[in-house]
Design a protein around this ligand. Structure first.
Ligand SMILES: Nc1ncnc2c1ncn2[C@@H]1O[C@H](COP(=O)(O)OP(=O)(O)OP(=O)(O)O)[C@@H](O)[C@H]1O
Ligand SMILES: [Mg+2]
Length: 230
């Protein structure tokens, strides 16, 4: 199986009042195509930092990330943005939807950015809203949607350009167990379609649905559990 994400020796500190917070202290991680991986660990152990580094949103101080065959450290920022836009879906903990746009317009945005034609864009947005079960809420703006509905719009947006890999930071973090369950069902369907998934989460339900659980503590990977195929 080919590697979709390869990380070698990732180190990252945040400067803090003359001192530094060492958020990543040497992380190696490989995720192969079609795999679903959950990264778990206590608050502050470096999960979000790792995800942002793997996505090329933040550069590591040392170490390398090869995402979808591309060495992120050797690319210009514009090329990294392009790679994220076209081939990676990112789901944030707090949705990051644009409040002035409707659900449908939020989903249309990355399609327009990727240069898709108007007609195709409209069809794709409708298909995505149907996939996440929100066709009936297409014209609602985020403040007029529940937390679970907003997260499903955010997932529809992340899926817009048919990403090969989805990176998700606490995708159920703001949701109750029922709406969180609906989001996890969506991830299970994506996994069955062959999309590679990397989720960081506190939620045991997220870990329960993954092929592999990677445990982090204090900026390091301290354990891994492989599950049999489901
Ligand atoms: N911009 C920043 N400046 C200084 N320190 C930071 C910054 N961002 C994160 N940190 C610190 O780096 C460490 C790792 O943070 P990170 O957000 O990766 O943790 P996390 O595992 O995602 O935690 P949580 O589960 O609470 O989301 C924490 O100790 C945090 O306080
Ligand atoms: Mg975090």
């Amino acid at each position: 199986m080919s590697a979709v994400i390869e990380a070698h020796g990732l180190i990252k500190s945040y400067p803090y009042e003359g001192d530094a917070v060492r958020a990543l202290r040497g992380v190696d991680l490989t995720v192969t195509a079609g795999e679903s991986v959950a990264v778990v660990g206590p608050s502050g152990c470096g999960k979000s930092t790792l995800l942002n580094v793997l996505a090329g949103i933040d550069p590591p101080d040392a170490g390398r990330v090869i995402l979808l065959g591309e060495e992120l450290g050797e690319m210009r920022e514009a090329a990294r943005s392009r790679l994220r836009l076209e081939r990676v879906g990112f789901v944030f903990q707090r949705f990051h939807l644009l409040a002035v746009l409707t659900a449908r317009e939020n989903v249309l945005l990355p399609l327009a950015e990727a240069g898709m034609g108007r007609r195709e864009r409209a069809d794709r947005a409708d298909e995505l809203l149907e996939f996440v079960g929100l066709s009936h809420r297409a014209r609602h703006r985020p403040p007029q949607l529940s937390g679970g509905e907003q997260q499903r719009v955010a997932i529809a947006r992340a899926l817009a350009n048919r990403p090969e890999v989805i990176l998700a930071d606490e995708p159920t973090g703001e949701l109750d167990s029922r709406t969180g369950g609906a989001v996890l069902d969506l991830f299970a369907r994506l996994r069955d379609q062959g999309v590679t998934l990397l989720c960081v989460s506190h939620d045991p339900a997220v870990a329960a649905g993954a092929d592999r659980v990677v445990e982090m503590a204090d900026g390091r990977i301290v354990g891994q559990t492989e599950r049999g195929s489901r």
